[in-house]
Design a protein around this ligand. Structure first.
Ligand code: MRU
Length: 350
């Protein structure tokens, strides 16, 4: 497996990314040495997927301190500035805000406890915290997979949307982690991969990742899911999440909500796999989740070719919200939340 992202070297090092804009045609690494370069990589989806965005942003705060004046107060101001800029890169994935807050809080706590510390000691603290988020993500992915693998139907088929695999995390993914663990346990199943218009994370990324892993993967267009369900070819739907509200409403790639309605209609279980860092208990329901809107050009062009009048009005939300009532279970690194609601989510995360 190619590493999705990795910090290279010491506090003077850089963030090494697999450039997902070029997959599956080219496997190219992208070295991020500055915050602006990382922000561009996040905005243009060179690195993407909620957990991976969070991990990358944590390392972004290490980059922010690389050319700063050797003065602790200046460094803390620089961290706050970089945090604000990175936070503005993509609004929906809550892991971004989780990682930025955690690294920045560790830095502020350190400087208030050790006011005479050197700038390099502060930089070591920031790097250690970013690396801890990375390491925890790897472990959470593995546990999510182990917890959820029993839900994968032996001899059946699972439908997935967008990419919630290794390419979206530091580890082996969230939704796809269940499949990897189930395959390791000897289960045989098929995975149907939605192409995921408009940016084709399913066709370009999940299809590639599944092939690399040797899974029995079949690519379909987004508008084929309903008829496959009707034909009895899908036994479960399994996706990741960008943010889960306190009541279980879940934001994920646009099209996820429609799949949940289709699954409910056809009495097919609908599962979300996500680490606890994807829950946002500060918001009561999905109506408060900010939904990113992206460029009209992503809809009016396909693979670099214009496919619609360029002056047509376009609506291009990158995510939608699936009501908790449509979700059969959420799988986290701690276990399984069946029929998620405010009470059982609070208990699960306590
Ligand atoms: O726009 P993207 O490619 O970042 O969207 C990613 C998704 O919607 C994923 O399903 C989600 O982040 C979960 S990733 C484990």
């Amino acid at each position: 497996m190619h590493k999705t992202l990795e910090w290279h070297g010491s506090i003077d090092g850089s963030l090494d990314l697999l450039d997902q804009r070029l997959l599956p045609n080219e496997v190219v690494r992208l070295e991020c040495t500055t915050v602006p370069r990382l922000i561009d990589a996040i905005k243009t989806l060179a690195v993407r997927g909620a957990p991976a965005i969070g991990v990358a942003a944590g390392f972004g705060l290490v980059l922010a301190l690389q050319n700063v004046q050797p003065n602790i107060n200046t460094a803390i101001r620089e961290l706050a500035r970089a945090k604000k800029e990175l936070a503005a890169s993509r609004p929906t994935a809550v892991n971004l805000f989780y990682a930025l807050d955690r690294v920045n809080t560790a830095a502020c706590q350190f400087t208030s406890q050790c006011p005479t510390a050197s700038i390099n000691q502060l930089r070591e603290i920031v790097l250690a915290q970013a690396q801890a988020i990375y390491d925890e993500d790897v472990e959470m992915c593995r546990r999510i997979g182990q917890n959820g693998a029993p839900l994968i139907p032996d001899g059946g088929a699972v439908l997935t949307h967008c990419n919630a695999g290794a390419l979206a995390t530091a580890g082996q993914g969230t939704a796809l982690s269940l499949l990897y663990e189930a395959a390791r346990q000897g289960k045989r199943f098929r995975v149907y991969v939605d192409e995921t218009r408009p940016l084709l994370q399913g066709a370009r990324l999940t299809a590639w990742e599944c092939k690399q892993a040797g899974l029995d993967a079949v690519l379909i267009c987004d508008n084929m899911a309903g008829s496959l369900m009707k034909a009895g070819k899908i036994n479960a739907v399994l996706t990741g999440a960008d943010r889960i509200a306190a009541n279980g409403d879940t934001a994920n790639k646009i099209g996820t909500y429609s799949l949940s309605v289709l699954a409910k209609y056809h009495a097919i279980p609908f599962y979300i796999a996500a680490p606890s860092s994807t829950f946002d208990l500060s918001i009561a329901s999905g109506t408060q989740i900010p939904i990113e809107e992206r460029s009209p050009a992503e809809v009016t062009a396909f693979a670099g070719k214009t496919i619609a009048p360029t002056d047509i009005a376009v609506y291009n939300p990158a995510f939608d919200v699936t009501d908790a009532a449509n979700i059969s279970a959420i799988i986290t690194e701690r276990g399984i939340i069946n029929d998620p609601d405010s009470d059982n989510i609070r208990l699960h995360l306590a």
